[in-house]
Write a protein that binds this ligand. Structure first.
Ligand code: UDP
Length: 486
């Protein structure tokens, strides 16, 4: 954009929750830092956590970014204890839209465009009412986007539950999706969550002037081509798709009140400094992933058997669901947490480091001693691994992670995965030992390493000036400039 002109002013609307605020703030930072855009981040809040407040405070430090918090209205009379999370979120946002509208209409510094996130697509009519160019930002990949926009059609084509189908689900122009890989809200078609998913995501994604995605051309040539050129998908999506990623957090941020700059993290980095390059496997299941008690024990023994250097961010087990983490404080004599095998810390002290609950993942992944990542395949973790050139063990747990795991192993070939779905069956220690060796040892992991290095380079190229993702973002901004009425 020309430097003499007033910068464009873009609003980005975020739904509540850390998982939604972080990608929005990351996009805002990219627009402000690399494209000289002034951004107002509107965040619908719902009893914000310390972590959310800290993330927003850090975004507000940039001269180019303003944060406006919009407290969500009280919806207690519209939900009950059985209302699932996706439905709750959609109702909260729906009921708060009139406040969003009055906040936008009262703005002194007028907007040139509005970008909504994946849960706030019902705000698109507000943008249209104010004649603002409008976009949806999908903080994940094109294959997931294609399946989601096609889901309202699958809904008509397929009878019974998706997970019970004998054949993979056909998505025009794209690799089919295996029934067991579908996104969580598609697991039970009788649930309100599924109907909200169809409406807010499936239909909502297609109602804007363009779809921005956190992916890049070389990573997803096939799915992007299908979204743009396949007659059926093109007729559904209608507007252009813009891969603008991979956008990842670079700054040091405090999450859940735990700072990456504390002593804990420094000691992790000091430990890493003493290891040889590419020798350490990092293990983490994202911001909330948990394993069953039996699985946790098998993973511990698998790591022990492998004798591979490791850093493991461990959480207490949960038998309820793979995204239900809770906190216990007890430990065994040698400080081994009570939910790990007795003596684990003593037996692994020469080659492993156990961190409870949380660490600064991006810092660890960028350390030269780290050589692989056992991940739950959240999209952020996946691209953080790729952009650091690290091959993965794919261990999906919930949300769209099963589909991501399939893409990482079968399409991009940068990961290996257990033979069984970890949420369905326990992965046994001998298999874990074998997977660790496959990823970490040069001979076995050679191909994975070469593939991920190539992908890392393509990601860097895509984001550099003149690269495909940088150009995509410039194209969006050019269109906004052309159409802006201010
Ligand atoms: N993360 C972190 N420390 C941890 C666990 C996770 O910093 O101990 C960060 C990680 O770097 C990533 C995000 O939390 O940016 C998790 O996002 P992802 O999409 O991978 O998974 P989700 O948590 O949404 O399931």
């Amino acid at each position: 954009m020309g430097s003499s002109k007033q910068p464009l002013h873009i609003g980005i609307l975020s739904s509540p929750g850390l998982g939604h605020i972080i990608p929005v703030v990351t996009l805002a930072n990219r627009l402000a830092t690399f494209h000289n855009v002034s951004v107002t981040v509107f965040v619908i809040t719902s009893g914000s956590s310390l972590a959310e407040t800290e993330i927003l405070k850090s975004a507000n430090k940039s001269k180019m970014i303003d944060v406006v918090e919009i407290p969500g209205v009280d919806i207690s009379n519209l939900i009950d204890s059985n209302t699932k999370i996706v439905t709750q979120l959609c109702i909260l946002i729906r009921e708060t839209l009139h406040v969003v509208k009055s906040v936008i209409s009262a703005m002194k510094h007028l907007l040139d465009a509005l970008i909504v996130d994946i849960f706030t697509t019902e705000a698109l009519p507000i943008a249209k009412e104010f004649e603002l160019p409008n976009y949806v930002y999908i903080p994940t990949n094109a294959w997931f986007t294609a399946m989601t926009v096609y889901c309202p059609f699958l809904d008509k084509e397929i009878e019974g539950q998706y997970v019970d189908q004998k054949e993979p689900l056909k998505i025009p122009g794209c690799k089919p999706v295996r029934p067991e890989d579908v996104n969580d809200p598609m697991l039970d078609r009788n649930e309100q969550d599924y109907r909200e998913y169809l409406k807010v995501h499936g239909i909502g994604f297609c109602l804007s002037d363009g779809i921005l995605m956190n992916t890049w051309e070389d990573a997803e040539t096939g799915s992007l081509k299908a979204l743009r050129e396949n007659d059926i998908l093109k007729a559904i999506v209608k507007s252009p798709v813009y891969p603008v990623g991979p956008l990842i957090r670079h700054d040091q941020q405090i999450i859940d009140g735990r700072s990456g700059d504390d002593d804990g993290n420094n000691s992790v980095l000091n430990w890493l400094d003493k290891q040889i390059p590419n020798s350490v496997l990092y293990i983490s299941f994202g911001s909330g992933g948990t394993l069953s008690s039996k699985q946790l024990t098998e993973l511990a023994f698998g790591l022990e058997l492998s004798h591979q250097k490791f850093i493991w961010v461990v959480r207490p087990p949960s038998e309820v669901g793979a995204d239900k983490s809770f906190f216990t404080t007890g430990n065994r004599g040698d400080n081994t947490p009570e939910y790990l095998p007795e003596g684990f810390l003593t037996r692994t002290k020469d080659f492993g480091l156990v961190i409870q609950m949380w660490t600064d993942q991006t810092r660890i992944l960028s350390h030269p001693s780290v050589g692989g990542f056992l991940t739950h395949c959240g999209w952020n973790s996946s691209i953080e691994s790729i952009t650091n050139g690290l091959p993965m063990i794919a261990w999906p747990l919930y949300a769209e992670q099963r589909q991501n795991a399939t893409m990482l192993t079968e399409e991009l070939r940068v990961a290996v995965r257990p033979k069984v779905l970890p949420t369905k069956k326990v992965v046994e220690r001998e298999e874990i030992e074998q997977l660790v060796r496959m990823v970490m040892q040069y001979k076995d992991g050679k191909e994975l390493k070469e593939n991920v290095k190539k992908l890392k380079m393509s990601a860097e190229k895509a984001l550099s000036v003149g690269g495909s993702s940088h150009d995509s973002m410039c194209q969006v901004l050019k269109d906004i400039e052309k159409r802006s009425i201010h």
